[in-house]
Design a protein. Structure first.
Length: 256
């Protein structure tokens, strides 16, 4: 593992003074590539972009509009015009979150990658703590666990489904993690590219987890905050995705 300089010891707190800037080890590439899949997120997109760009880290944002029917692409195009750190990709047809992440990953230049949904459920201020174990060379893969951190707004059956899927993951791969379905999965870019991702939809989450564990990488978990949105507010995860996740876990444990 290559070690990078880490100028801070704790993640930022609300109301705290700004954190020191964190830069990578290569002057010609950013430290962090943020992979942001977007689909019909005009309501939350401006605010999540503002929050992400407020983080004092050398970064680039690869935003993929998955053929939204609202103003998502127009917002992204406008923001990219005013900020060279943002690169926008648009799918000619809706392909799903997994396909959007693959498109973003193909254009990423950072040393580390992290997935950031375009809603407001996850707080980018948690980036510091998520990146710490990778930046200081302890591990190569970090998951931000909602069940270890502060959370609200999670539906009971969704939470139970997450717990069951995580238990099944631990059973299949002899691991011990607490949140397999978390959005905040960060790792060195060579590791994510080495996973050869193929899922087009939300099966991306179990695919990443299964392949990371099967390749023998240790998953380091840190607590992250989570403010779940309702289906009326645009939540896209539905119970059937849990069934798909079970088959994905079995597939990548037994056959892939």
């Amino acid at each position: 593992m290559n070690s990078m300089m880490y100028p801070f010891a704790t993640p930022p707190q609300i109301g705290a003074s700004p954190m020191p800037r964190l830069d990578g080890t290569h002057p010609d590439r950013p430290l962090l590539s943020i992979l942001m899949p977007c689909y019909n997120e005009e309501t939350t997109l401006p605010e999540i972009l503002r929050r992400v760009r407020a983080i004092n880290i050398d970064m680039e944002i690869i935003a993929v509009d998955d053929h939204s029917r609202d103003a998502t692409y127009a917002i992204l195009h406008h923001e990219a015009t005013n900020d060279p750190r943002i690169k926008v990709i648009r799918h000619p047809q809706n392909r799903g979150k997994g396909a959007a992440i693959r498109s973003a990953l193909a254009h990423a230049r950072g040393e580390i990658v992290i997935i950031q949904d375009a809603d407001l459920e996850y707080d980018p201020r948690d980036y510091y703590e998520v990146l710490l174990p990778i930046v200081d060379g302890r591990v190569d893969v970090v998951f931000g666990s909602r069940f270890m951190g502060r959370h609200t707004g999670m539906y009971f059956w969704n939470a139970l489904g997450n717990i069951c899927l995580t238990f099944f993951t631990n059973f299949l791969f002899n691991s011990w993690i607490s949140d397999m379905e978390t959005c905040y999965k960060a790792m060195r870019i060579d590791i994510m590219r080495g996973l050869d991702l193929e899922s087009n939809d939300f099966r991306l989450e179990p695919e990443i987890t299964a392949k990371v564990l099967r390749q023998g990488h240790r998953v380091y978990e840190v607590p992250v905050s989570y403010l779940g949105r309702t289906y009326e507010e645009g939540k896209k995860m539905h119970p059937i995705q849990g069934v798909y996740a079970i088959f994905a876990l079995l597939r990548y444990r037994l056959w892939k």
